[in-house]
Design a protein around this ligand. Structure first.
Ligand code: SER
Length: 880
């Protein structure tokens, strides 16, 4: 079963069970407590915590995940990866253990046809219920094992949602390890699918003893994660992840570049390197495609480390040429069908990896120099400090230091090196904890502000200006009592007309005035649900909490944003009208004058359909439909047919926006008062953003008009150049292009005739020598090579042609020989030196150039003399 079939089987199975497909979130998560997306549930955390209500209680996804905690195991085991796709089904307070377990069993044994006899199950220590359910579907008790916190209790590694889990394992047989089930051998009994019964709230603490459970989640949820690569390895009957169809083409390329076969899982270091290189290439491509760039810390460091490891393992396989660009390009070819962002970002990926690989080579050269000088100074041991400095400051890998020291008969103080490394790890870990801690602490700070002052009284639906009071000011360290001219801080107001970014609509900007301060509001976003946090720049004066103020939204920007939002709703309605109800919204970005709309659809939208959709949207808006905003209970709204969007936060009372009678959506955003204010809408284009997902981008209002003006300008210019009226321009251009093509053909044949007659003339002037004929002349043509080659054909038999030409500042020479075993370059060595340059070229055609045109005659004479040596006897010696 190909991996694309594994994905679609999963999606079909859960779609039939009423799950909404949700696109993978990017590898850079929006959750500030996370470095990289590492599980399908990341994007659903607010639903589990009860901070938001999902539109649909069941979801499924194919999530891009990056995990580097096990990086040392990659390539050494059959199953570890730094990037993988996780298939998941989720229930938000809807179904629970029973369905999760019976569906997992059904999908595995019926749809994926896994042999039930080889499946093992683990459950959490006290989870009798799960054990009963597994037995109910037919798993015998001897293949059910109970494990503790470390194995069968899942959390994100930080405070947040968590719960007992139950895992499905597949017995790969004795070739992979010891008997005794997953409790004994994780390599033989490979974990495939983790079913988490999300029901608790994790507190602080970590490590083997587990962490504290500090409460229950508002509802009982399901979060499952099935590793696509691992399942593919089993269904495709290959030993390791690198041999599945997800990575096999890249592994093949590594073999080609290394000029040797992948030895299979033979336990050799080379076999590990093959797998590391191919696996890392995939992670590298995906990370860059999602916007990660190499850096000294954070995500950028994860990427840099992967790149350096891949390069080093490639060098171990004796691949000397650059590897990252060709390998990531193979990843793109293999996986862009499922992940089109790879194709869209292919140029960026190529540039980033090429620059990084060049940089790393420089680092290695520089490190080698330092190492050489340290070695020459050392007596018998290289200090741990030196090895560490090389590693830390220059990124010079320790194993290279060890190799070099060994060759020089020295040892390295590995223990001291290890201590320094460990100390650094501890520091980095602390910094990481702090970063996570920072985000969590920030949320706590916002919670305290809400506790003291309540939520923001948002008045922006009715007005764009209001009297208000400064409630809190925050800088990076926490709340502050003062901010002065030039400061950039966060600010909370008692009442705010500024819309906080949500539902795809960007946050408002504007100004806030106090009695002696002027603030520029650069962005507004929700710190917590209902708490508007304004990012402000203090333009004038000094401000502090408690001060009265006047807040003013940038009205033009707000109006242009409202236009885009209403246009988005109408576009959604018309898309569904033309393409069908499946074309539902999956995401959107609403900006002043511009919108981006993502929706479910299986193929590209035909240009004619796109045009119909655009016409329908504009005609509908021109009819000036009423925009009506009303509130109702969620149930009433659903009964009234309002469309709710996945990923949005809705409470039990919801806000509904009607635009005429064709569009009714649950929406917290800002809209125009009347439909006609939203137009015109101009669709810029449509593209794929993932399996079954498309994106439309469009301009609205004044931006659409400016676009039309620009287009018209271009047409006018074009018509002006062609000297016709705009409506005649296309036909006239077609005629002109035809005439031009005809003229080009004529020109080509004239050039060809001229070249040929010139070559004939040169051939007739050839000098006859015992070993063949020689032409050596200065000519006046810009391109010497074709003339030299043609002259050679007219000479027939053994011959040498040397031609030279010059401009005011340069001389050029070409040598062509009929004997294909001769290196023509050697004829030009002296001539090149004469004109002050070098000679290049392989085999029977070579060229040379230099900046001394005045010496061309002499140079030609030198080359001719060389040629004469060559042609002096009937049996010319070959110059190789
Ligand atoms: N969150 C769990 C995991 O990542 C199940 O999806 O394993």
């Amino acid at each position: 079963m190909r991996s694309s079939d594994i994905r679609s089987t999963f999606l079909d199975f859960f779609q039939e069970r009423d799950h909404h497909v949700v696109p993978s979130s990017p590898l850079i998560p929006s959750d500030p407590t996370l470095l990289l997306a590492n599980a399908g549930m990341n994007q659903f955390k607010p639903y589990f915590l009860g901070e938001a209500v999902p539109e649909h209680p069941r979801a499924m996804s194919v999530q891009k995940c990056a995990r580097t905690s096990d990086i040392e195991n990659v390539g050494r085991t059959t199953r570890h990866a730094t990037f993988f796709e996780m298939l998941g089904n989720f229930s938000f307070g809807d179904y629970f253990k029973q369905e999760a377990i019976s569906w997992a069993w059904e999908l595995f044994t019926r749809n994926y046809n896994l042999d039930p006899e080889r499946l093992w199950v683990t459950v959490y220590l006290d989870d009798d219920e799960a054990e009963q359910l597994w037995r109910g579907v037919g798993v015998p008790s001897e293949r059910i094992q109970r494990l503790g916190m470390e194995d069968n209790y899942w959390s994100m590694g930080i405070p947040g949602p968590c719960g007992p889990s139950s895992e499905l394992h597949y017995d790969r047989g004795p070739a992979f390890g010891r008997e005794g089930g997953p409790a004994v051998d994780g390599e033989r009994y490979q974990e495939l699918w983790n079913l988490v019964f999300m029901q608790n709230l994790r507190g602080e603490g970590s490590g083997k003893d587990g962490y504290s459970i500090v409460g229950e989640l508002p509802s009982r949820n399901i979060d499952t994660g099935l590793g696509l690569d691992r399942l593919a390895a089993i269904l495709q009957d290959v030993e390791t992840l690198s041999e599945t169809d997800l990575l096999a083409p890249t592994l093949r390329l590594v073999q080609e570049m290394a000029g040797r076969e992948y030895p299979g899982r033979d336990g050799s270091e080379a076999s590990v390197s093959f797998r590391v290189v191919s696996e890392h290439a995939r992670s590298i491509a995906f990370l860059i495609a999602d916007g990660v760039l190499p850096a000294r810390d954070g995500r950028g460091y994860v990427l840099r480390r992967l790149m350096r490891r891949a390069i080093r393992h490639a060098r171990r396989l004796t691949i000397a040429e650059p590897v990252l660009a060709p390998l990531t390009s193979s990843v793109i070819d293999t996986l862009a069908g499922a992940w089109p962002e790879l194709e869209r970002q292919s140029e960026l990926i190529r540039r980033v990896v090429t620059a990084e690989e060049e940089g790393f080579e420089r680092t290695l050269r520089q490190g080698s120099r330092l190492l050489d000088s340290a070695i020459s100074r050392a007596e018998s041991t290289l200090s741990g400090q030196t090895a560490f400095e090389l590693h830390d400051t220059y990124g010079f890998p320790i194993d290279l230091t060890l190799d070099a020291a060994r060759s020089a008969g020295l040892t390295v103080d590995v223990e001291a090196f290890g201590d320094l490394l460990e100390e650094q790890r501890r520091q980095t870990h602390r910094a990481g904890q702090n970063r996570k801690g920072d985000a969590v602490a920030r949320q706590d700070l916002y919670r305290r502000i809400v506790a003291d002052h309540g939520l923001t009284d948002f008045v922006g639906y009715d007005t764009t200006s209001t009297e208000t009071r400064l409630v809190a000011l925050l800088d990076d360290t926490g709340t502050v009592q003062r901010a002065r001219e030039g400061d950039e801080i966060e600010m909370v107001l008692s009442r705010s007309p500024f819309y906080a970014e949500a539902g795809g609509q960007v946050g408002d900007t504007g100004t806030v005035r106090t009695s002696d301060g002027l603030l520029r509001v650069m962005d507004t976003r929700p710190g917590l649900d209902g708490l508007h946090v304004h990012t402000v720049h203090v333009v004038e004066g000094e401000i502090g909490p408690g001060q009265e103020a006047e807040a003013l939204v940038d009205e033009d920007r707000r109006a242009a944003t409202a236009r885009s939002h209403s246009a988005t709703h109408v576009l959604h309605a018309m898309l569904r009208r033309v393409l069908g109800d499946h074309a539902a919204q999956r995401g959107s970005r609403v900006e002043p004058g511009r919108l981006r709309f993502d929706f479910a659809h299986f193929s590209a939208v035909a240009p004619s359909d796109l045009e119909t959709i655009q016409t329908l949207v504009n005609t509908y808006l021109l009819d000036d439909p009423d925009v009506r905003v009303w509130e109702a209970s969620r149930t009433e709204a659903e009964k009234a047919g309002a469309i709710a969007l996945f990923g949005e936060k809705y409470g039990t009372d919801v806000r509904i926006v009607d635009i005429g009678d064709a569009s009714r959506e649950l929406c917290g955003g800002i809209h125009v008062g009347h439909g006609s204010q939203a137009g015109p809408v101009h669709i810029l284009g449509e593209s794929s953003i993932g399996t079954g997902l498309r994106r439309i981008e469009a301009l609205t209002g004044a931006d659409a008009l400016r676009h039309y003006d620009h287009q018209r300008d271009l047409l006018t210019q074009l018509a002006g150049l062609l000297n016709v009226r705009p409506d005649e321009a296309p036909e006239r251009l077609r005629q002109r292009l035809e005439t031009l093509a005809e003229a080009q053909r004529e020109l080509d044949s004239l050039r060809e005739a001229e070249l040929d007659s010139h070559a004939r003339r040169l051939a007739t002037s050839a000098e006859s020598l015992p070993g063949g004929r020689l032409v050596a002349q200065i000519v006046d043509v810009p391109d010497l090579r074709p003339l030299a080659s043609r002259t050679l054909t007219h000479l027939r038999g053994n011959a040498v042609v040397v031609l030279g030409s010059r401009s005011s500042s340069k001389a050029a020479l070409v040598a062509a020989v009929s004997d294909t075993t001769v290196q023509a370059r050697t004829l030009l060595t002296g001539a090149a030196a004469e004109v002050g340059g070098g000679a290049g070229g392989k085999g029977p055609l070579a060229s040379a150039g230099g900046r001394r045109p005045e010496r061309l005659e002499k140079a030609i004479t030198l080359a001719a003399t060389e040629a004469r040596h060559l042609l002096d006897s009937d049996d010319p010696p070959h110059i190789i």
